[in-house]
Ligand binder design. Structure first.
Ligand code: ATP
Ligand code: SF4
Length: 323
């Protein structure tokens, strides 16, 4: 029914964040609790167990992180989701928790879509039958709307995404995060529990300014006991479509991601070259992997995706052995 709210929740209802949600016993009574992001993110064990129960149908959870902004993290998350969903037998979910800069709806060709309410919660927006997406972008009336929220409100929305979205049975849940280590990262790790996340993939470019921030990201993972699946060096050289010669557009001054990974004992999952077609496909909301299947960047993405899949399978086997 056009113009009616039937079947859709009211925006205010969707954005309503319970002020009482998630206060840990340790934070109770603290006068700073409302202003403190950690206090708002803190979850009592019963609530954490409820959130995990809600996600019990999710087999693997992968977080996509980056130290710096603009290094291609959302593009990678979108490629990973498309790549995994290429196997029709697998159900894939992509959750965008970059609350202040959600680019996933555009990259997945879902701009203007809205969240629908079903009897069992919010329904993800589906790109394909086996690929569902959830983003704050679906809750905004215009893609140009600015979301200017403090930590507690962002944490509340992340909790709603985990608690109220009906993901169903999912093989892979990919979580696209904002750059850096902020409230959103702490919240998602705290709500899901680091031991329930398969691991993190960290995206960087070869430049030292980006690598420096990756080291901080790696430290964050160690501190919160989040396993690191590996690092992806994006925009790593440019392969000319005419002569196939490789040029270094951003020459690494300190050995790039490869050297950093060796020094920090972290896996380098692969390198993705610069390809102008990537931006074009993303702007059109299409999968670069199927649009340009024979490019060197597509081969790199595919081999990295395979390594992530292998890691997740192994992680699953280890967990089963422990249980
Ligand atoms: N390998 C690549 N070759 C060419 N362009 C790329 C490549 N990877 C990403 N891009 C382009 O770089 C831009 C930034 O990418 P993206 O939005 O994915 O970065 P991000 O790290 O998620 O940024 P944010 O700071 O918004 O989280 C986009 O226009 C994207 O199309
Ligand atoms: S590498 Fe440079 S010179 Fe060679 S074809 Fe490509 S653009 Fe031209």
């Amino acid at each position: 029914m056009e113009g009616s709210h039937q079947g859709k929740p009211h925006k205010e209802t969707l954005l309503f964040l319970s002020a009482q949600a998630g206060r840990a016993a340790a934070c109770q009574g603290c006068p700073n609790q409302k202003l403190c992001a950690a206090g708002a993110a803190a979850t009592d064990p019963v609530e954490a167990a409820e959130l995990r129960e809600r996600l019990r149908g999710v087999k693997h959870i992968v977080l996509v992180l980056s130290g710096k902004g603009g290094v291609g993290k959302s593009t990678f998350s979108a490629m990973l989701a498309h790549g995994l969903a290429a196997d029709e037998a697998k159900q894939v979910a992509l959750l965008d928790i970059d609350i202040c800069g959600p680019s996933i709806p555009k990259m997945m060709g879902l701009e203007g879509e809205q969240v629908h309410q079903s009897g069992s919660g919010w329904s993800p927006v589906y790109v394909e039958e086996n690929l569902g997406v959830m983003s704050v972008g679906f809750l905004l009336s215009s893609p140009d709307d600015a979301v200017i929220w403090r930590g507690p409100k962002k944490n509340g929305l992340i909790k709603q995404f985990l608690r109220d979205v009906d993901w169903g049975e999912v093989d892979y849940l990919i979580v696209d995060t904002p750059p850096g280590t902020s409230d959103e990262h702490l919240s998602i790790v705290q709500y899901l529990g680091a031991s329930h996340i398969d691991g993190a993939v960290i995206i960087t470019t070869p430049q030292e300014v980006s690598l420096q921030d990756v080291r901080k990201e790696i430290n964050f993972c160690h501190k919160v006991k989040l396993p690191i699946i590996g690092v992806v060096e994006n925009m790593s050289g440019f392969i000319c479509p005419n002569c196939k010669k490789e040029s270094q557009i951003f020459p690494p001054t300190t050995g790039g991601a490869e050297k950093m990974c060796q020094n920090l004992n972290v896996s380098l999952l692969g390198k993705v070259p610069l390809d102008p077609q990537i931006g074009k496909s993303c702007d059109k909301g299409q999968s670069f992997l199927s649009e340009v299947p024979d490019s060197p960047a597509t081969s790199s993405y595919r081999s990295i995706i395979q390594r992530i899949q292998e890691y997740c399978d192994q992680h699953h086997c280890q967990e089963e052995k422990i249980i």
